[in-house]
Design a protein around this ligand. Structure first.
Ligand code: AHG
Ligand code: MN
Ligand code: MN
Length: 308
């Protein structure tokens, strides 16, 4: 009798991580189910408020942020919460104080909801009760839940990167164990191509990809765009610095550190375009940003050669 597919629950046991980390990831996975459902049912719209990055907050940005906060604050598993949607860290009362610090982007790609593109939630986990002063290498887990035609959860607890699919009975079952990114692959996902008009090197890099017949795969959502590199196992995603965003647009704590860990655990590279590993960047402030180049090793090296 063929046993059923391995579930996220089974995988977390198999990985022998600490119980509280296991419970935390299970709780985040449960939150992902609720967000997946809500995206399909809650009305869209803009709240008229802005986040710390000065970006308009959508109804779902605020809804998902409150959902994550309300569940994790009372889970007894977290020491502090840092959200892309809040300008300071959320303190946890003594009664619920736990072992892990969690940084999260409750809804990444929210500007794409009204066109029904795939979006996601991103989580970065540190052991202890601090985040600032630590590097991305100190994360103990990173995961995203992607809300597309199927809801998938991609996770690393530093034992490789694995994909789980949410099935009809609400279980996440293992669909890809040990995602692998090959050394090269002619697929590019170029963020902020308007930067080409002033960033000559980015312009040169774009022309290199076009001249060498690279396939374009870019949706404007970091989660699906990096998921494409991971699940196809090749290519690269880039988001450069530009005049509007001198340090790039993407956030270190909520987007770049967790994505870099998932990509490196799959054998890919994740740098800031000048050879510096994203995971060596120290968390200095909550709204820190960095340019990001992630994907196949040779593709990143070629990009850095041109951007250097
Ligand atoms: P968020 O919706 O959390 O603000 O993140 C959006 C990010 C990321 O998903 C994507 O890679 C990038 O914004 C795209 O930026 P542009 O729309 O400026 O290209
Ligand atoms: Mn985001
Ligand atoms: Mn967001």
């Amino acid at each position: 009798m063929e046993p059923g597919p391995l579930t996220l629950h089974d995988y977390l046991y198999e990985s022998k991580i600490e119980n509280d980390l296991r419970y935390l990831i299970d709780t985040i996975a449960r939150i992902g189910k609720q967000i997946s459902y809500r995206i399909k049912s809650v009305e869209l719209g803009v709240t008229g408020t802005q986040n710390v990055f000065g970006e308009d907050q959508k109804t779902l940005d605020v809804y998902t942020n409150d959902l994550v906060k309300n569940i994790l604050m009372k889970s007894g598993l977290v020491s502090m919460l840092v959200s892309e949607e809040e300008d300071k860290a959320i303190e946890i009362s003594d009664e619920y104080f736990g072992k892990y610090a969690v940084c999260f982007d409750p809804l990444d790609g929210s500007s794409l909801i009204d066109v029904n593109f795939a979006i996601g939630s991103i989580f970065s986990v540190y052991k202890g009760d601090s985040v600032l002063g630590r590097t991305g290498d100190e994360q103990v887990a990173a995961l995203y839940i992607m809300y597309g035609p199927r809801t998938t959860l991609v996770l690393t607890v530093k034992q490789g990167t694995h994909e789980f699919i949410l099935n009809d009975v609400g279980e996440y079952h293992l669909s890809r164990r040990g995602v692998k990114i090959e050394k090269e692959g002619k697929i590019f996902g170029p963020g902020d191509i308007k930067a080409c008009s002033i960033n000559k090197k980015y312009n040169e890099l774009m022309r290199y990809w076009l001249k060498n017949k690279y396939k374009l795969r870019y949706s404007g959502g970091m989660v699906p765009d990096i998921n494409h590199v991971l699940m196809k196992g090749k290519g690269l995603f880039t988001y450069p610095s530009s005049k509007d965003n001198p340090n790039g647009k993407l956030r270190v704590l909520f987007e770049c550190h967790p994505m870099a860990l998932l990509v490196e655990q799959a054998g890919g590279k994740a740098t800031d375009g000048t050879g510096k590993r994203i995971l060596e960047i120290e968390n200095k402030k909550l709204d820190q940003r960095t340019p990001i180049y992630v994907g196949s090793e040779k593709e990143i090296e070629k990009a850095e050669e041109i951007m250097g």
